[in-house]
Design a protein around this ligand. Structure first.
Ligand code: ADP
Ligand code: MG
Length: 364
């Protein structure tokens, strides 16, 4: 089922008595979540991700705008009548109930034609438990489970009614690195198997990029960019999005365009035809550097970090906005670590130019 957000806005009264006014948590958010897809809602803490999710599931009422599940306007429906499954960041399991009772909990209060027998509830609980591979833990209490297992129980509980929409709010943030990776693959597998339209909220760009069909990048309550992860990475609309996506992050330089050439300091590093003369922020992705003895960009070599398949060349430049420049180079390249300087040619499609001040992308 597709989910449509139409000019969704949420304002909260500002609790700071001195400044007063309102906090705009979500500002005029319009987006159609395609049926059966996994959408990653990505942005720094406080940008309005949870508020958006809570409005979709009905826990918070929008100040303005509409929400549709399929063709139905659900804006004024209470959460229990929307039928979205929600997984919160802190699991929120009932400590005094067993795993099985936690999973069947959403089924207990079904009324009328939907009412289930004990037997039916048990069957549904086992189905959901099987999906997240915790069938053997059904009789334990939450405090007898690891963080990852608790998170699976929370997912099973959200899935037990076979919701048409699954909403996950930073579901992996309490897990250690290895488990986070494993659970995120698990969530992807379950989403694919069931075809449930899913919104996955995270502040972790790598997590969002790896798991999502589509990502929505937010900042200060406003959508910055929507697209397939690779497209957004390759073609960011502004400096914020460019900086937010990618590890290691994009390297930023103070640059200047003169007569269709990009200069970093005195180095004439790239042809940028048609770009008007101006000062720019020049972003270079770590994979955009090519080691070359007569390369145009000259940096001061600090060191080389071995990463296995690749090496990371660490250098500095007076024109770099970051303390260090990181270039990811295939390890078959040899770097003379005694050298003072390192020179690079640049891959044009890995160089991103932005207007000074506005951060708007300049295409060339
Ligand atoms: P995120 O999930 O992206 O970290 P939130 O959606 O939780 O961000 O919050 C967005 C903004 O709205 C923040 O500035 C936050 O302080 C504010 N906010 C969230 N909930 C409330 C609330 N109940 N009352 C007042 N302000 C709130
Ligand atoms: Mg949040």
């Amino acid at each position: 089922m597709k989910v449509v957000l139409q000019n969704l806005t949420k304002k909260f009264p500002n609790r700071n008595k001195k400044t007063g006014g309102e906090v705009i948590a979500v500002d005029d958010f319009s987006f159609e979540i395609p049926d059966g897809k996994l959408v990653g809602l990505l942005g720094p803490s406080g940008c309005g991700k949870s508020t958006t999710l809570f409005m979709i599931c009905g826990l918070q009422k929008p100040t303005a705008g509409k929400i549709y599940f399929g063709e139905d306007d659900v804006t004024d429906l209470p959460p229990e009548n929307r039928g979205a499954g929600v997984v919160f960041q802190n699991y929120a399991l009932y400590p005094h109930l067993t795993v099985k009772q936690n999973i069947t909990f959403p089924l207990e209060n079904l009324k009328g034609a939907d009412k289930l027998s004990k037997q039916e509830m048990s069957e549904k609980a086992y189905e959901a438990a099987k999906l997240v591979q915790i069938e053997e833990l059904m009789d334990r209490k939450p405090n007898e489970l690891s963080g990852g297992q608790q998170q699976r129980v929370a997912i099973a509980r959200a899935m037990v009614k076979m919701p048409k929409v699954l909403l996950l709010d930073e579901p992996l943030s309490n897990l250690d690195a290895r488990l986070r990776l494993q659970t995120r693959e698990e969530i992807r597998r379950i989403q694919r198997e069931t075809g449930i339209t899913t919104v996955f909220v995270t502040h972790d760009q790598e997590e969002a990029m790896s798991i999502s069909d589509v990502i929505v990048v937010m900042k200060d309550g406003e959508v910055q960019q929507v697209g397939k992860p690779q497209d957004v990475y390759d073609d960011p609309v502004n400096l914020f999005v460019a900086k937010f996506l990618g590890t290691p992050p994009v390297n930023l330089f103070d640059g200047e365009v003169r007569d269709g050439r990009l200069y970093i300091g005195n180095d004439d590093v790239l042809a940028v035809p048609e770009v008007p003369d101006q000062q720019v922020d020049a972003g270079i992705r770590p994979e955009g550097f090519v080691l070359k003895a007569d390369g145009a960009l000259c940096c001061t070599l600090s060191g080389v970090e071995v990463m296995g398949r690749d090496i990371s060349v660490v250098s500095t430049s007076p024109y770099s906005q970051n303390p260090t420049i990181r270039s990811i180079i295939n390890s078959e390249n040899k770097v003379d670590t005694d050298a003072k300087e390192v020179r690079f040619a640049l891959k044009p499609n890995k160089v991103l130019l932005f207007e000074k001040g506005t951060g708007k992308r300049i295409h060339f």
